[in-house]
Design a protein around this ligand. Structure first.
Ligand code: NAD
Length: 453
């Protein structure tokens, strides 16, 4: 099929490349000519494992192109997917990008004669596609449901695994205004064998929120449990989680072996969730519910716990070091999780902001974030970004491990002792072996680790 995708961000570009790989012809529409040029030269504007290789392949196969020509791209396709940003502003979802993009799609469709399906892929609160998107589209295109189809197809890809998720999704949810829209749109997924759910528009919208909010709740539950463990002499939450995970309802038995499902990674104590989805989606659903007079108390606590969690890391540093003013503190890992360079709502930013506010001299490192260019915001924050982790931890009086990149897992306790002025390591992701670290002379402090250990 011929597909146009509005937005060349994580979702737009990754799904566009995946559709092209599946044999469709894709035009990704962007606003920034430099970015579009770079994409057409085979270089994605962000880091995602394997993405550039597949991008170059689908360009060479002439199945993928990026363009700034909005109207022509829409007209040249049978399906237009809207994959623009839906940030949360003051606790509510901001639909400005969606509304603007849909109005432009409608204007382009005004001139089109054949049937066209418009699909919302951006995460939007239930009711948006039918009550906000459809009126704008119908008015701008001057067409009815006979000529324009409407679907809502939430995206479940995970940054860091985005390509794999887009090529081989767990499930496909297609909400639609009518059967024809769904039938035409579903052709895009003809080769996918995963479960497919055909629903109304609001159910599709809601399925995305429930999926994200459930995972965020597990993270906050795990961090709350980690906090009580940290106050309990002799208890280490890592040992506790091992016993919990061994329940075969979490780690099912397949033959004689136990498997470790991905869900277990959400039942673990750390620095809190970040990224472009969980923080904004939890807040958007909370506001959506309270606007309807429903108080979601579990979700409210999930958000509140997560807001506090990064500050606990700074508290651990200050408990071990005393006054932070003038102390050199290194932060390892800036992206909100490994295998992505996405720093949106990363716990590292909150931690660094507080360290700087308390007068610490902060150095930091990340293997991927800011490789191309260090943004002004980081300079303004007053932290020093080092090119390698050795530079960041050299002469530091404390290291706070925030993102569990593989390269940090490999740092030996001896290396910390050798490079740091005072080998205090605050393990925010529980990636190090406490006994090995203590034996090597590291002052080891960690989330979820009670006194006396
Ligand atoms: P993003 O900010 O990385 O990308 C959005 C892009 O849309 C931006 O590059 C922006 O410039 C572009 N855009 C906005 N208006 C445009 C227009 N009129 N014409 C052309 N381009 C336009 O956002 P994202 O991370 O790709 O997320 C997009 C949506 O998908 C959001 O609703 C998000 O919640 C949802 N989502 C994101 C993820 C994820 O992991 N990033 C996963 C699932 C769902």
């Amino acid at each position: 099929m011929n597909v146009s995708i509005i937005g060349t961000g994580y979702v737009g570009l990754v799904t566009g490349i995946a559709f092209a790989h599946a044999g469709h012809h894709v035009i990704c529409v962007g606003r920034n000519p430099d970015k579009v040029e770079s994409i057409n030269a085979g270089k994605a504007p962000f880091f995602e494992p394997g993405l550039d290789i597949l991008l170059r392949r689908v360009i060479a196969q002439k199945r993928f192109i990026a363009s700034v020509d909005f109207s022509r791209s829409v007209i040249a396709s049978d399906i237009t997917i809207v994959a623009v940003g839906t940030p949360t502003v003051d606790g509510s979802i901001d639909l400005t990008q969606v509304k603007d993009a849909v109005a432009l799609v409608g204007e382009a469709l005004f001139k089109k004669r054949s049937y066209h399906v418009v699909t919302v892929k951006s995460t939007v609160v239930p009711g948006t596609t039918e009550q906000v998107v459809w009126p704008i589209l119908a008015q701008a295109s001057a067409k009815s449901a006979k000529d324009v189809g409407l679907c809502m197809n939430p995206e479940f890809l995970r940054e860091g695994n985005a390509l794999e998720d887009a090529l081989d999704p767990d499930r496909i949810v297609i909400g639609s205004l009518d059967n024809k829209s769904a039938r035409v749109y579903a052709k895009l997924f003809a080769k996918n064998t995963c479960p497919k759910f055909f629903t109304n528009l609001s159910t599709a919208e809601m399925s995305k929120y429930v999926s994200n909010v459930l995972l965020a709740t597990l993270v906050s539950f795990s961090n709350e449990i980690g906090d009580i463990a940290a106050q309990t002499p002799g208890v280490d939450i890592v040992d506790v989680w091992q016993t919990v995970h061994a329940d075969r309802r979490w780690s099912p038995k397949v033959g004689n072996k136990r498997i470790t499902p991905g869900i277990i990674h959400y039942l673990f104590s750390g620095c809190g969730y970040g990224g472009s989805c969980f923080p904004k989606d939890t807040k958007a659903l909370y506001r959506f519910a309270s606007d309807k007079g429903v108080s979601m108390s579990i979700l409210g606590s999930t958000i509140a716990i997560n807001d506090k969690q990064p500050h606990r890391l700074v508290e651990l540093a200050s408990r071990a070091l005393g006054e932070l003013r003038g102390k050199r503190v290194a932060v390892l890992g800036l992206s909100f999780k490994p295998n992505t360079d996405d720093m949106r709502e990363s716990p590292a930013l909150i931690i660094m902001r507080e360290l700087v506010a308390r007068g610490a001299d902060v150095t930091c490192h990340d293997p991927e974030a800011y490789k191309a260019e260090v943004p002004e915001s980081l300079h303004q924050l007053g932290v020093t970004l080092e090119k390698n982790y050795e530079g960041a931890i050299k002469n530091a009086e404390a290291v706070i491990l925030v993102t569990a990149w593989d390269v940090y897992r490999k740092i030996s306790p001896q290396e910390f002792v050798r490079l740091m002025a005072h080998p205090l390591v605050i393990d925010g992701r529980r990636i190090y072996d406490p006994l090995k670290f203590i034996k090597a002379g590291v002052h080891y402090v960690a989330v979820g680790r009670g006194p006396g250990l």
